[in-house]
Design a protein around this ligand. Structure first.
Ligand code: HEM
Length: 500
């Protein structure tokens, strides 16, 4: 995802690696030009044309303003870095972050224009270690026709009613099993984040590569943990480094996935060339497309890359929702009432369908508000492929080669957009629309709009339904950490009591 979205990296280790990475990267990337540091007018990358840069500063030589950004991001108000500069320079300003000159946008309309830009204007940009790990054919890095094809196929599959029905059945079984174990109370406090992570990862692996619970699933879990630790690390691939270990883990997962693809291909040959049964997983979907570009290598690489945006974000969404509900008894009560009403259906012997969960209006408002206030993905980054004029800011230009940080967090917490923006208030969504709203973009937008939107909402709704209809709980104290990823420091331990 964006630069800061890597899981399981401790702060001191991360700070040290960022500082070192920046120095290494700075040597190879670029020195900040004095003109760009101080001047309002500067040459653009197109060779000489004068363009007006957004106001701001590029900060210190080499490290720019990255350390100030990290310091704010690690505080209780991560948005303070952007907020302070918005006050000084306006909602679009220039900076220098992660080794690159950067235009930062906290303006919803400018951000929308950036998100909607095609490959001729903006391409995704990630720090080098992330690029190394993802590889060139990753959907997260690809641009143009191939990205649209993979995105379209994955999006259609994730949104399909068949998959939602299967995920619902699966999730119900695994949530019920996990919560049954809570009833004995033997486990003491349960950590919501860990339970959600374990359930959601299993479902994700089933959806992507079709593995069921067993040794191979455990192997993927284990290798993925090693892989993800390298997402933000020094961009050095020598034996012994984190990046090297992560690349090795990716290779091992790739070998297993290639074996799965090979077996599927052999089965198809045996069952006949025209075999086109309903796809069970995303590998089936991509294989069935018949495009020569969708090679075994591209498919297997992408299965792992697709795990990156999905594996952590949904468990964190669930955990944050439980946290906010613990602090807001009124919302919890209304959520409980809505879900108890639905439970009457299952008590009467009916099996709940995905449509039942998705039509829980207040539950969806709770999820929406959690996405707004929790800012699981605080922003995304792009690199300008040519000089791009900033929409609505007469004459301002993002120069070719510069990066843009589209910072959702500041918009989601903007008092001009949301009344009392730091208050958890699911009721505000009674009157507001989440679709086509440039001030609410937790899933990004444009051609790269998250294809997992429905899946994330569905899984969160199922988890919440089973929790509030079966248990009361008291949350133990925990700290919300925002950097490098959003999470609860202790995984949100709760003490549960079964409802009679
Ligand atoms: C709370 C949960 C989630 C959040 C907040 C979230 C957020 C995002 C955001 C902001 C982007 C845009 C990235 C960009 O523009 O560069 C994105 C892209 C993506 N997400 Fe999600 N996501 C979530 C869950 C999921 C799930 C469950 C899946 C898969 C099942 C998924 C798969 C993807 C993929 C494949 C992309 C890349 C799309 C592309 O570049 O074409 N996400 N997500």
């Amino acid at each position: 995802m964006q630069a800061l979205a890597a899981a399981g990296v401790s702060w001191p280790a991360f700070a040290a690696s960022v500082a070192a990475a920046l120095l290494v990267a700075a040597v190879v990337v670029r020195l900040c030009s004095e003109a760009a540091r101080t001047g309002k007018r500067t040459s653009t990358g197109d060779g000489g044309a004068k363009a007006r840069l957004p106001a701001g500063t590029l900060g210190w030589p080499l490290v720019g303003e990255t350390l100030a950004f990290i310091s704010a991001a690690s505080s209780a108000r991560p948005e303070s870095f952007v907020e302070n500069r918005c006050l000084r320079y306006g909602k679009v300003f220039r900076s220098h972050l992660w080794g690159s000159p950067m235009v930062v946008s906290a303006d919803p309309e400018v951000s929308r224009a950036v998100l909607q830009g095609d490959a001729s204007t903006f391409v995704p940009w990630y720090p080098r270690s992330l690029m190394e790990l993802m590889g060139e054919s990753s959907i997260l890095v690809l641009s143009g026709v191939l990205q649209r094809r993979v995105h379209g196929l994955a999006g259609a599959f994730f949104k399909s009613a068949e998959l939602k029905a299967r995920v619902t059945a699966n999730m119900q079984i695994h949530v019920a099993a996990a919560m049954d174990a809570w009833r004995t109370g033997a486990a003491g406090a349960v950590r919501v984040q860990d339970v959600a992570k374990s359930i959601v990862f299993g479902i994700l692996i089933r959806t992507l590569i079709g593995l069921e619970d067993g040794p191979e699933m455990n192997y993927v879990r284990q290798q993925f943990c090693i892989f993800i630790d390298g997402l933000i690390s020094l961009p050095i691939k020598l034996p012994g480094t984190q990046l090297y270990r992560s690349l090795q883990a990716k290779k091992r997962m790739t070998r297993l996935i290639q074996k799965i693809i090979q077996e599927k291909r052999s089965r198809r040959i045996i069952e006949g060339k025209d075999f086109c049964g309903a796809p069970r997983d995303l590998i089936d979907v991509l294989m069935s497309n018949g495009s020569d570009e969708l090679t075994n290598e591209l498919i297997s690489d992408n299965m792992i890359d697709l795990m990156i945006p999905a594996e952590d974000s949904v468990p964190v969404l669930i955990t944050l929702a439980v946290k906010y509900l613990s602090d807001c008894p009124l919302a919890l009560q209304q959520l409980e009432e809505e879900n108890m009403e639905l439970k009457k259906k299952s008590d009467a012997g009916e099996t709940l369908q995905w449509t039942d969960y998705m039509s829980l209006t207040f539950t969806q408002h709770v999820i929406t508000e959690t996405l707004r206030i929790g800012n699981i993905i605080s922003g995304i980054m792009r690199r300008a492929e040519r000089d791009v004029e900033v929409k609505g800011y007469d004459g301002l230009v993002i120069p070719k080669g510069w990066c843009v940080l589209v910072y959702f967090r500041s918009v989601h917490l903007d008092g001009g957009v949301y009344d009392d923006p730091y208050a958890f208030n699911p009721w505000r969504w009674k009157e507001r629309d989440t679709m086509g709203n440039s001030s609410f973009t937790p899933f990004g937008g444009g051609q790269r709009l998250c294809p997992g939107v429905d899946m994330a909402r569905l899984q969160a709704a199922i988890f919440l339904h089973h929790l509030v209809t079966n248990f009361r709980w008291v949350a133990e104290g925990d700290d919300l950490v925002n950097f490098p990823t959003v999470r609860l420091k202790r995984g949100l331990p709760i003490r549960v009591t079964p409802k009679s």
